[in-house]
Design a protein around this ligand. Sequence first.
Ligand code: NIG
Ligand code: FE
Length: 411
Amino acid sequence: MAILLKNIKQLLQVREATVDKVSGKDMKHLPKIDNAFLLMENGVISDFGPMSQLPESKNFEEIDCTGRFVLPSWCDSHTHIVYAGNREQEFVDRINGLSYEEIANKGGGIVNSAEKLQQTSIEDLYQQSAKRLEQVMALGTGAVEIKSGYGLTTEAELKMLKVIKQLKDKYNIPIKATFLGAHAVPKEFKGNKKGYLKLIAEEMLPKIAELQLADYIDIFCEKGYFDLDDTNYILSAGKSHGLTPKVHVNQFNSIGGVKASVDQGALSVDHLEVMTAEDIDALKNATTMPVALPSCSLFLSIPYTPARKLIDAGLPLALATDFNPGSTPSGNMNLVVSLASIKMNMTPEEAINAATINGAYAMGLSNEVGSITKGKKANIILTNPIPSYGYLPYSFGENCIASVFVNGKIL
Ligand code: NIG
Ligand code: FE
């Protein structure tokens, strides 16, 4: 049945279908309608407007939203929610003084997660991952990208991507899959990075393409992981199989990966905690979306992406969680939006734009989600009665969400 939300205090992020992202000064603007209604039919947003234009009541289920805000669901364009077990011991090791790098060098980190995942059955991996997906959906995430990269063998990478496919089949929010075979060099290839890259390009990629298990190709372009040559090699290989690049870059060091990714036509460059003037220049006039992951910065105590520098240079910016067992064991986009305002000096308008419309762009879902637009999926958030939308980032740690709708149905 059609659902009508009426007497909405403010309907946020109302956009024409032609707007696929917002940049620079425009990010300060969050288009809205006061005292509004929203109609959801057949899974999509079918109508909306001021209450004065409320359509003649048909067979609607009506929900009174007095004092509440409605906005599109969060679009989380960067996650690793398919993983096995957790790494809380490394968390304790870091509390006791070891660095993320030191832990990785002694066999912890990504390869630790890979060992766990290789020993986990596909059924168990699915169950663990489905639980996380349900958890983030309840927190208002209505579209998500999920990466492989904790397998690091052909079999285990395929296992991860098959789990992502199962999640796509079971859950009715848009899910995009990214192949991140080049996340770390596995133990078996220690001292033979080139051999591992060859395995990715010549064995993993053809199989993944044949089974149509991925939309995007990713690599961890970073000192101690993969360099610029590796990045160009893997992104080119991915593209030859129809996968568009989305790249982990500039988390700890700037080594030219931003420009390389832009030159490769990347849809997004993600992390960007360390940004030089050259990196920012490389993003100007590009179609690549910069993506910040502030809960990773919080958890690892590393710098936050210099959002002001990027936005003030006229660039767009998206926000995502990076939900993963090592650097960000949280998939809470509400916290991400708060951190963006608190730690990155983004206004509430900028943070909400970055977590909705720009997030949708960063995973190629602008046509389906990210704004209140007729015909887009009715994946929306209804807040509790709150004083203003600025209260969302302000009241960090408080749950302001009353209900989440997916395809026009209450979750
Ligand atoms: O995006 N930086 C690379 N990959 C993940 C973390 C990997 C891990 O520690 O498990 C990230 O932060
Ligand atoms: Fe990541």
